[in-house]
Design a protein around this ligand. Structure first.
Ligand code: SF4
Length: 450
């Protein structure tokens, strides 16, 4: 049977999609190749959140084609949904499949692989051009398969199994798409409208993952906080988390990024009330300046956001509080930037994810004539990363001397194993310990190298 490899670019939601694709292709009897260099089919699940992400995907296509010219490259994901022609023009690409049709990939490849094997095990690259063309495998122009992403109703999930490769904590994507229209963001146009898995399905999947041995499960979505708003009867993130705690044996649950307006008092109280929920909040901020937040079409102003941070810090003084911040949004003056820096400095963030503004085709911000010079964007991003580093070190120092329950990860070194605490600190414990096990980890002030 044919072999395949799969590479994921981008966020946790796309990582969950890649897991679903991988699991389905294995279910169809295909074999996971050791790497792209030996695969019949190479699936690249792309991201398009920044121009750099697009370039990374194109580089990956060229690298695969150079190292394994016989491979049939299938490009899918957000970049494929946004600009299929750009990818189809690259050598070696057999198909470009948008998010709209992504979950059809396993069956389509499986059908071709089966056809190839039934033709007396002729390896795919040995098929004649006609045979290849019949099977859409010819070296001719890539085939494009995309459709209306807003017609998407499903949320793809991977069959519950221990995570593949060096991932210890499985990601369960329970929501996809987004109904917001932040002016810089291309995501709604490549992932569609917000849609949620029914709560029963979520609880069922969490149970299966826990039974499959997962000790910590990460709930993810594109706009996780809007979970359940599209369902009838309406559901909520807090509601489904409560059901998970009551109806499953999961030992630790972690929520990925949640928009600030969804970090409610009830939700914070739920997290504070259960040792089985990781005290970790990742809340996109993007800017600390109201003028810029308005231009970004964000749903809150700086002081609303600050209130959420203070709410968390009051209820969970040792919680991790992380934020996404954009450097160099169009029209951002030095004063606006200083406002953002001061805003971050006065709040107890424990880490930052810093993004340089990247103009995305089809977004409002891309039409702006107030773009900031690249040099300025770079220096602002650098300043924010340094600030984020300082915050992370200060938080680590504040936790030094504590012994905390941590989950061992795959990463090991000379006589040590990495483990992750509930409040998102990576610590080294002595000895080589198997991944996915609980330990009591002593936190020292020294920063663990990334
Ligand atoms: S909330 Fe805004 S930034 Fe986040 S995915 Fe939706 S549109 Fe994009």
């Amino acid at each position: 049977m044919a072999t395949f490899s799969i590479q994921n670019f981008g966020c946790r939601a796309t990582e969950a999609d890649a897991s679903a694709l991988r699991a389905r292709m294995l279910e169809l009897g295909m074999t996971l190749a050791a790497g792209h260099e030996s695969a019949d089919f190479v699936v690249l699940n792309t991201c398009t959140v920044t121009a750099a992400a697009d370039a990374q995907a194109r580089d990956a296509v060229r690298k695969v084609h150079r190292e394994n010219p016989a491979a049939r490259i299938v490009v899918t994901g957000c970049y494929a949904q946004r600009a299929p022609e750009e990818l189809a023009a690259l050598d070696g690409v057999a198909w470009v499949v948008g998010n709209s049709h992504q979950m059809e990939i396993p069956a389509r490849i499986g059908a071709i692989a089966r056809a190839a094997s039934e033709s007396n095990f002729v390896s795919i690259s040995a098929l004649t051009a006609n045979e290849q063309d019949e099977m859409s495998l010819s070296r001719g122009p890539a085939k494009i398969l995309t459709g209306d992403i807003f017609a998407q109703a499903d949320v793809a999930i991977a069959p519950a199994a221990k995570p593949a490769g060096d991932r210890t904590r499985p990601i369960l994507k329970i929501q996809d798409g987004c109904n917001n229209r932040c002016s810089y963001c291309v995501i709604p146009f490549v992932r569609g409208r917000s849609r949620s898995l029914p709560p029963d399905t979520v609880v069922g999947e969490v149970s299966k993952l826990a039974e499959a041995g997962a000790r910590e499960i990460v709930l993810s979505g594109i706009n996780l906080g809007s979970y359940g708003r599209d369902l009838t009867p309406r559901a909520s993130l807090a509601g489904v988390v409560q059901r998970i705690l009551t109806e499953t044996q999961v030992e630790r649950l972690r929520c990925s990024s949640i928009e600030p307006q969804h970090v409610t008092e009830d939700f914070v109280a739920l997290v504070a009330g259960s040792p089985r929920i990781a005290p970790h909040f990742h809340m996109p901020l993007q800017s600390g300046c109201d003028r810029i937040l308005r231009a970004m079409h964000r749903w809150y102003r700086a002081e609303h956001y600050a209130e959420r941070v203070k709410l968390i810090a009051r209820a969970l003084p040792d919680a991790a509080i992380g934020a996404d911040v954009v450097a160099g949004f169009p029209g951002e003056t030095d004063e606006d930037f200083e406002t953002t820096v001061e805003f971050i400095e006065r709040l107890p963030f424990t880490y930052l994810h810093v993004f340089s503004f990247s103009s995305r085709p089809g977004t409002r911000a891309a039409e702006s004539n107030a773009l900031i010079p690249a040099k300025t964007i770079r220096s602002r991003a650098r300043a924010l990363r340094e600030l984020g580093q300082k915050k992370a070190e200060a938080f680590r120092a504040s936790q030094a001397g504590r012994t905390m329950r941590a989950l061992t990860l795959h990463r090991q070194g000379d006589g040590w194993t990495e483990a992750l605490t509930g409040n998102y600190l990576r610590v080294r414990i002595p000895g080589l310990v198997a991944a996915n096990d609980w330990c009591d980890a002593y936190v020292n002030a020294e920063k663990i190298s990334a």
